[in-house]
Ligand binder design. Structure first.
Ligand code: 2IT
Length: 446
């Protein structure tokens, strides 16, 4: 690692030692920046790294609500407004029991570079709460969302900070939060993305993350002279991102054979059809968080407590959680003949797993490049809200495809220019960083 980057990282470790996910995300980016920093001292002179690891603002707040038994409950809410050098803060809200400030900071940090890669004017932010939606009633979720937004509404706005969904936050939660924002602020504006289709939401936003991932996979395959048709794909998760991945992969003639949940994974050798794809939505809406329901319904094998990476595949797409795919899983994939790993979740592969892929010449794409189609389409939703127009499916899809092809090109170009041809991780980190760092330098020491 470049000595300036190493110094800033050591200092961060000394001060933020317990924020392990955040430190992991920073270390990966800094590692990738070696050649950039070695060849140009202006980043150090402008103190870019010290500033870029420090969120512009962190908001942490109490979220009091009552459950269906009228029992008082309290959760911890967050919004990390990380970097606004190239646009208003933009990024999702995650409701999950394991959310900590470290989770929010790692996701917010990743979002800076991801949003930069889309080419759209969006800064980086992330938020959420340690609220567990599993088993909660619709009314509990509604009361929680209203309480959460009662505080958050004073910190966000269409030109300040535009949240969206993430794990545990879908169209229903965005609806409850938008309604509460409007009551509190008396403004109807594009303050959240992933809105309903009749009140400002962009067509295709629900599918966009997964579609974008498959567009990216197709570009990577094209680059090595291959076609996506006929490819056997193993994926993890069964939520919004996995749903979009399965839908587009199936449409393009690939065969997805797995899904996973906290309870284990299912193996469906027949691949997916419309009924099975729609059933993913039913499983998600049930709030049970169990993928075994799929196995029971379609009579396919279920492997309790296991990960899907032991299944032979051509392409693996982790679409669930950070650090869900470790070195042992990576070795299983390599043994099973996997040739490409494309991250649909944020930071799902551990650093050891990534090293194993690169050492074994597996084509590996980081989430900040491959899953940027979601936030990119959020950016398109913001544009439509600003111009008070609604684009057609064809218009949005064409723009999404163009953005994913643009990201693929930027990654390869930056990787080649800085001495790591074909390395999508280095390429994504460098290309994402350069745009933000240039803006920060031009805007002075702020
Ligand atoms: O991780 C992500 O990029 C998201 N959760 C989507 C963020 C957004 O603002 O659409």
């Amino acid at each position: 690692m470049n000595s300036y980057a190493a110094r800033v990282l050591d200092d961060l470790k000394a001060r933020n030692g317990w924020e392990s996910e955040f430190l992991q995300a920073v270390a990966e980016v800094f590692e990738s920046l070696s050649e950039v920093l070695d060849s140009d001292s202006s980043y150090e002179e402008a103190g870019i790294l010290e500033r870029i690891v420090e969120p512009e603002r962190v908001i942490e707040f109490r979220v009091p609500w009552r459950d269906d038994q009228n029992k008082p409950r309290v959760n911890r809410g967050y919004r990390v407004q990380f970097n606004s050098a190239i646009g208003p803060y933009k990024g999702g809200l995650r409701f999950a029991p394991n959310v900590t400030l470290s989770t929010m900071k790692f996701l917010g940090f990743e979002q800076i570079f991801k949003n930069s890669l889309t080419g759209l004017p969006m800064g980086g932010g992330k938020g959420g709460a340690d609220f567990d939606p599993t088993g909660k009633s619709q009314y509990e979720v509604e009361r929680f969302c209203q309480s959460f937004m009662t505080e958050l509404c004073r910190h966000i706005g269409a030109d300040t900070d535009v949240p969206a969904g993430d794990l545990g936050v879908g169209a229903r939660e965005i609806g409850y939060m938008f309604g509460q924002y409007k009551r509190c602020r008396n403004i109807f504006e594009g303050v959240l993305t992933g809105k309903g289709q009749t009140w400002g939401g962009s067509i295709m936003r629900p599918e966009a993350t997964g579609f974008g991932v498959i567009y990216f996979v197709r570009e990577m395959l094209k680059h090595i002279g291959q076609d996506i048709e006929g490819k056997r794909i193993a994926i993890s998760g069964f939520g919004n991102v996995a749903w979009g991945v399965v839908k587009k992969a199936t449409e393009l003639g690939a065969k997805v054979v797995t899904l996973s949940g906290p309870d284990g994974y299912i193996l469906d050798e027949d691949g997916f059809n419309d009924e099975k794809i729609d059933y993913m939505l039913t499983m998600r809406a049930s709030g049970r968080n169990k993928v075994q329901d799929y196995a029971d319904k379609f009579h396919v094998p279920f492997y309790a407590g296991k990960r899907p990476w032991e299944v032979a595949c051509d392409v693996a797409i982790p679409a669930a959680l950070q650090n869900e795919l470790n070195e042992d899983n990576a070795k299983d994939l390599i043994k099973g003949g996997c040739k490409m790993v494309c991250e649909a979740a944020n930071m799902p592969c551990t650093p050891e797993a990534i090293n194993a892929f690169i050492a074994n010449k597996i084509v590996y794409a980081p989430g900040k490049a491959a899953n940027a189609g979601g936030v990119a389409t959020s950016g398109l939703e913001m544009t439509q809200n600003s111009i008070r127009l609604r684009w057609t499916k064809e218009e949005v899809d064409a723009k999404l495809l163009g953005i994913m092809q643009g990201i693929h090109h930027s990654c390869l170009e930056a990787a080649a220019k800085y001495g790591h041809p074909g390395n999508y991780m280095v390429g994504a980190n460098v290309a994402g960083f350069l745009k933000v760092a240039t803006a920060m330098k031009e805007q002075g020491h702020c």
